[in-house]
Design a protein around this ligand. Sequence first.
Ligand SMILES: N[C@@H](CCC(=O)N[C@@H](CS)C(=O)NCC(=O)O)C(=O)O
Length: 220
Amino acid sequence: MISLYHCSDARSFRPLWTLEELGLPYELKMLPFPPRFRAPDYMELNALGTIPLLVDGETRMTESAAICQYLVTRYGPTSLAVGPDEPSYGAFLNALHFGEATLTFPLTLVLRYGRLEKPERRAPQIVADYSRWFLVRLRAFAAVLDAHAYVAADRFTAADISVAYAMTLADRLGLNEQFSPVATGYLRRMQHRDGYRPADAAQRRAAADQAVDLTDFNPE
Ligand SMILES: N[C@@H](CCC(=O)N[C@@H](CS)C(=O)NCC(=O)O)C(=O)O
């Protein structure tokens, strides 16, 4: 059985959403955020202390976009993967990794220096600079959405999960007011997907069952 170590609403939501879209059986192991401080035993499983951690037999993975790619290719065939023989293969991989490497990185600085740090360590300049960084890059990329319903291959794929997760985090950080109407419409459509809602329900259920606080990673 696949095990996914997860903190509510954190990047590990990408693999969780993918597992739900694929209808795969999995075990969800909830951790308080950040596990490095609040669940130190977890360091024995993942020396980085980060989530996600996916364990599938001998396979151990800690990168959310790579895990989505792994799941849709290892457990296919599925329309959530774009194969090397399809014209959109490059666009698919690019969007899948853009969602994490380019879009999520600046948001972690906004979250950390705007919400998670103690008031005396907060840094409004960093928050302003990296909010802008995110929005400029999203705007450039969202041009794809002016002409297409999905970020690659004209169908829902793992790349949408990667990008829509980053947009969901930005939404929670209050940056959604600066999204274009097309980007907002895209995000709401993704959040109404069959897999998104069960993934959200699964994390809430698992947090209650495992008595893990849900509020930590949420900025409010
Ligand atoms: N690039 C990695 C980043 C993983 C990561 O940094 N996860 C964050 C939560 S979203 C984390 O575990 N932070 C806690 C820490 O760094 O101690 C991915 O996409 O999975």
